[in-house]
Ligand binder design. Structure first.
Ligand code: DHB
Length: 511
């Protein structure tokens, strides 16, 4: 924290650890700012007021992480001004409050005239020393609670902070995408009240207007089965698993159809999505991604499962019927298409918009291609500790305890531990895993779910199964939310890309 700011905060009685009878530690001080500037990629300078190192709970446990920064552009957008809240949580680890970057959505949001908030939050590796002992502070759900407390702070101080706290957009990638999905799904749920009260969070609502989720690593207690059900086809091929790993993979995969069917999802045409037809449903998103990439000028290799045709007479044949390419329905291998961006060069697309089409996809072949680009996780992909290897995953760590001991969070992995197998999770863990899963809130009366969602998961991102974002997006669509969902072509595990697309979507939600 900037020293000038500490002095200003103490003078104003805001954001300090001490809470005297007459001051409100959670009151925002509009005078406690420094002036800052960013140079954007196009050379434009964006100037702003920076309010940094603000504690957002009254009972601060971890002063390194439980702070937020607020940036107010000198040129505010006209009309109602959104508040763009970006979390930099990754790997379920702790994250400090950061300053905006010209390279990601925070800089762009400032340029658009939006208020930006970047909260820190506790996570799997945050510790404090208490009575001479190291205490881990960020076990789940604590990181999420911190972010919810930050949202409450923004609402609590709505009259003092520029921007409209009814227009909060949350944004994060990977574990941060999971956090964003939870912020979007769990607004005002009573399930978090007792924790937030204990932390001294502001007494205010914590629902948000929109959640932007890049490759959310979520639905953690089903993610293992979803991974094996999808990628099991590669076990004896590119994944090259041992017999013991294949046995675990098969057992996990066998649990997935019942889960898929239990979701009761429906497609856009109202038909039921079941384990039987799920792969066709998924293929629809991948075909759409490939088709868009072709239209934008990308080349797609003919070796990764897609088939193509070219119709000389226009879309779908215009009476003559589609003509096969002279090379036998194979797109000519110009480059290998693998490094192409999800949006092409824009000028001179090599793809003919009216006559070239993606016609089909051999899903197993495509999944093998994905696994070739980045080796897959081994089963179980998430709750892995103690099953075939001892190493804890980021998820085992964040579900650990105050002593920093990682823990299992699924019955499956507990039962399959090589050392001390147990029958089932204890009640407390069942509760912790439940309140860390957005799927438990969407379409229920338990929370205020954000009306707007922007969800992206790269078409070659193997950090979690495609089922995770597809189910999340579909459940939201089925519950009537405004959802913009895509699997962008050729994108690996990453976020805050194609900011033009994101910010034009944001504008559509504000109309
Ligand atoms: C992240 C990536 C993972 O593969 C995972 O299991 C958890 C978190 C991340 O990048 O945040």
């Amino acid at each position: 924290m900037n020293h000038k700011l500490i002095a200003a905060a103490i003078v104003a009685g805001a954001g300090t650890l001490m809470c005297s009878a007459n001051t409100d530690a959670l009151r925002f001080n509009p005078e406690a700012f420094t002036q800052g500037a960013l140079t954007m990629p196009d050379g434009q300078e964006v100037t702003f007021k920076a309010y940094e190192g603000i504690y957002y709970v009254r009972n601060v446990e971890d002063s390194t992480y439980q702070t937020l920064n607020i940036y107010v552009p000198d040129k505010l957008a006209t009309g109602r001004v959104p508040v763009f809240l970006r979390t930099y949580v990754g790997g379920y680890a702790a994250s400090t409050a950061k300053s905006p970057s010209p390279a990601d959505a925070t800089g762009r949001a400032l340029k658009e005239g939006y208020v930006v908030c970047i909260p820190g939050s506790r996570g799997s590796n945050s510790t404090v020393t208490r009575d001479g002992r190291t205490v881990y502070t960020g076990m789940a759900p604590n990181g999420l609670l911190d972010l919810k407390a930050a949202i409450r702070y923004l609402r609590y101080n709505d009259a003092l902070i520029p921007g409209d706290s009814e227009l909060i957009f949350t944004d994060g990638t990977s574990a941060g995408g999971a956090m964003s999905s939870l912020l979007g799904a769990t607004g005002n749920s009573a399930d978090y009240d007792k924790y937030l009260k204990k932390m001294g969070a502001a007494d205010a609502r914590d629902d948000v207007f929109a959640a932007i989720c890049y490759c959310p690593i979520t639905d953690l207690n089903h993610a293992d089965m979803e991974y094996e059900w999808l990628y099991g086809c590669t076990n004896r091929g590119v994944r090259n698993l041992s017999d013991a790993q294949i046995a675990i993979s098969d057992e996990l995969a066998a649990e997935c159809p019942a889960y898929i069917n239990s979701l009761g999802l429906t497609a856009k045409d109202g038909s039921a999505i079941t384990a039987e037809n799920y792969k066709e449903y998924l293929k629809g998103f991948l075909l759409e991604s490939a088709h868009k990439a072709l239209q934008e000028g990308c080349e797609i290799s003919d070796t990764i499962g897609f088939t193509f045709y070219q119709d000389k007479s226009g879309p779908m044949g215009g009476g003559r019927g589609p003509m096969m390419r002279p090379d036998g329905n194979r797109r000519p291998p110009v480059g290998d298409g693998r490094q192409a961006p999800s949006f092409g060069p824009g000028n001179a697309p090599r793809f003919n918009k009216t006559s070239d089409f993606v016609t089909g996809l051999d899903l197993d072949k495509y999944l093998s291609y994905v696994a070739t680009m980045t080796p897959l996780k081994t089963p179980p992909a998430f709750d892995q500790m103690g099953v075939l290897i001892d190493t804890p995953s980021p998820e085992n760590n964040v579900f650990g305890n105050e002593k920093g001991e990682p823990a299992n969070f699924t019955d499956f992995s507990l039962r399959h531990r090589l050392d001390n197998p147990k029958a089932s999770l204890d009640k407390e863990m069942v509760q912790r895993i439940a309140i860390m899963n957005p799927m438990n809130y969407i379409g229920t009366e338990k929370s205020t779910v954000a009306p707007n969602w922007y969800i992206r998961h790269g078409a070659k991102d193997r950090d979690t199964s495609f089922l995770v974002p597809v189910n999340l997006a579909t459940k939201l669509m089925n519950s009537g939310k405004n959802v913009d969902f895509a699997l962008p072509w050729n994108r690996p595990h990453s976020g805050d890309y194609n900011l033009d697309d994101l910010f034009s979507w944001i504008k559509t939600t504000l109309q």
